[in-house]
Design a protein around this ligand. Sequence first.
Ligand SMILES: Cc1cc2nc3c(=O)[nH]c(=O)nc-3n(C[C@H](O)[C@H](O)[C@H](O)COP(=O)(O)OP(=O)(O)OC[C@H]3O[C@@H](n4cnc5c(N)ncnc54)[C@H](O)[C@@H]3O)c2cc1C
Length: 428
Amino acid sequence: MSYPETYYASTAINAAPRPTLNDDVSVDVCIVGAGIAGLSCALELLEQGKSVAILEREAVAWGASGRNGGLVSPGWAQGNDALEKKLGLSHAQQLFELSVQGVEQIKANIERFALAGCQLKTGRLSVSRYRKKQIIIDRQRTMLDKYQYPQDYLDTDQVRQICRTQRYFDGLYDANSFHFHPLNYCLGLASVIEQKGGLIYEQSGVANISTDQHKVLVGVAQSSAKVSCEDVVFCGGGYSGKEIQALQRSYLPIATYMLLTQPLGDLAAQLISRPYSISDDRRAADYYRIVEGDRLLWGSRITTDNQDNVGKLSSLLREDLCSVYPQLQEVKIDKAWSGLMAYAGHKMPIVQQQQPGVWICSSFGGHGLNTGTICGVKVAQGICAINQDYQLLSPFGCDWNGGILGPMVANMTYKYLRLKDKIQESAI
Ligand SMILES: Cc1cc2nc3c(=O)[nH]c(=O)nc-3n(C[C@H](O)[C@H](O)[C@H](O)COP(=O)(O)OP(=O)(O)OC[C@H]3O[C@@H](n4cnc5c(N)ncnc54)[C@H](O)[C@@H]3O)c2cc1C
């Protein structure tokens, strides 16, 4: 299976196909899914001396991890305020710290393994689409006082010097966040995993997982071959199926969209004068950055209806893009694509040992690069009995996703939130 037609696939390096699982294999740990969570887990396990096999239905980072916005910043899909309300300040602080470790882990991996083609650029600007100066100043203080996380406050003039649009008002600049090429990062990690003796099988979709007293057997759909192991870690993200029933009932696959413009020439630097990623404060934020010097990579919208029609996606996203930069009305769209994220009702990852030998590490929502990374690492450390940090996620279990009504409720909620955004923005 080739990669979907994305900007990342067209600039991927080192994406040679890998073998399918045709013969039985015996390892310490089998990982299902070669997204950022599965790869991060595998790398940590290998570094702790375990033998590892990864089974991937398509290809390394074929799912969300290889087609996302590439914005890496601290936090979770669920906000700090909601976490603090549910768990108390100390637990929320520990979770935030874990999310920061995820950011640092990616940076460290790129440097340590000299991963090629990752195009890491630092800096993230979060902007407001309506006037709320005091709220932003308060947020900056809260992040510093409660979470020891510094960000710079930028007033409307400063924001508009960076983003030449009347749409934006005040903002926060985060020098610790960065953006990068997530597919090349994952492909790089996969090579490191293989260099360390890890096995990666592509076109090897897991159809069943069975356990007995002594081992776990993981069977693929493509052949009768099996992986026999002590532990299996399920990292199927939004592309999971019925492999683990409790998980299937606990999340919704939510689609979100991206587009890449054709080269904008000098206009790119005129519109966005710094190499930062930008995201706004809409409920399902618009986020973007300049890639390849003068192309705009733009992401927005969420829906439970996975849209693959490039023409339709382009016109939907162009509408959002032009509402911020009307100067781009005539711009040509080079590529548009969609991807699936796994969202649990509580908007937090499901990270747990479901039964002896069977682990789940999934559902990172739209904030999965740092969180998928660190949760993968923490599950590996849990398996190796190094620590029990993964238990910080234990309050977020396999809650019911609403069954057939789940997608309808999610779509209605999103439409309601978009309406709230519009009302707030039009009241300027
Ligand atoms: C368009 C888009 C933009 C996004 N932007 C950002 C962003 O800027 N910043 C951010 O932090 N997050 C972002 N996200 C979210 C982030 O990409 C995901 O949360 C994260 O990549 C999830 O990683 P994962 O490893 O859990 O899942 P995935 O990357 O989806 O990997 C799961 C893998 O498991 C495989 N699989 C599933 N079932 C089986 C099976 N039975 N057998 C074998 N293999 C199986 C799939 O083929 C897939 O390759 C975005 C997501 C999308 C879709």
